[in-house]
Design a protein around this ligand. Sequence first.
Ligand code: HAM
Length: 435
Amino acid sequence: MSDQNKQKMQNLQSPKGMHDILPQEQAWWDKVRKELQYIADHYHFSRIETTLMERAEVFEKTLGETTDVVEKQMFVYKSRSGDRLALRPEATASIVRSYLQHGLAHLGQPLKLFYLGPMFRKEQPQAGRFRQFHQMGFEIIGGDDEPVYDAQIILAMVRLLERLKVKQITVRVNSIGCRICRPNYRKKLIEYYKNPNFKLCKDCRRRLRENPLRLLDCKNPTCQEYKPAAPISLDSLCVYCNKHLKDTLEFLDELKIPYQVDHQLVRGLDYYSRTVFEIFTEATAADGTKFDFALGGGGRYDYLIEMFGGRPAGAVGGALGVERVLEVMKALKSGSAPKEKATVFFIHIGDTAKKKSLALIESLREAGIPMQESLGKDSLGAQLRAANKEGSRLALIFGQKEAFEDAIIIRDLDNSVQETIPLKKVVTEVKKRLK
Ligand code: HAM
């Protein structure tokens, strides 16, 4: 290949870490969308769609200036008028911005919202980690800080995964305290990590000054060695946060949702208070693969509305990574690709038949029959090949003779058995055979 053509081919690649979702993938995505809608209807969440871009400070102020997402992973652009716009790295901050902008606090509270859409983070692409990925999430905003809402969010996410046939789900839960008790925990972490014998990475030396909770989140192997002996949040919680955690766990017990309390779970975003959680699967794929990534995460964010200048109000939510969930579904063989609807392929022969075809196909579609056709092709062989390629179950063959006699040939494409039937019976005959 010439250098020029190589260059042209390179220009044809989608951007690093960003992927198209091709037609053959769509059946999987449809399954996810369908089950998400089912769960949302069942637990009364309404859909919200926010803009893909936000003013960068929407995320900077709320996710935290020293979090990896803000510091290293945001795609930020300067518009001609000087606005700094960011492709959204997550949806929660955008939803709270929208909640306040549109006065949604005047609707019945708490407001239960759900979404599915693309998010963008400039990460090093690897298994389960992309630059453009999708999240589906649930948020309960504007209520009080009742632990029942924390449990409801976890419930909706777990039930959704169950419906998608993800097995051996487990939830790791922790409480990182509130404004009153978290400073104590920070102090204890600083004291512990100040140990002069510790060889902290450059990022962690900075985290120690600016955001000590992030120390527990560091992926550097040396820093991770110090984590097991680090102080745990439970020992610093105030009575209210302690009770909040206990009550949340009791709801999960009642619901028989499997969880582990992980007192060093802190999450990668700063807006959380009290409950934080992550969802994993302990299942093993047929080829022995274990999944070492979180399928989802979330928590309570009671101070986020205030950070935007709104009146203080409780809020809790969580989101699942769609690509990760799909990877698990496929690896666990939660069925092969979900079955596509059995289709009926319309084949025409000759001009008179062709003229009547479009209207005839329309009437079949209106009767609820999933139709496909290839009206651009005229030869019988080419149309039959197209029908086989689509994996259609039945062909309806409409030729000159049939057009004059108001009849049509119905052919089973699995065994090639066919019969001619009156046109007026076609809907009943097709429906009978598709059952
Ligand atoms: P998060 O933990 O940053 O939380 O992301 C939630 C999920 O999105 C992760 O568990 C993972 O499955 C998926 N995810 C994150 N980054 C990537 C990536 N680069 N590639 C593929 N999948 C990824 C949040 O974003 C919060 N907004 C969740 C939340 C909602 N908290 C309260 N409400």
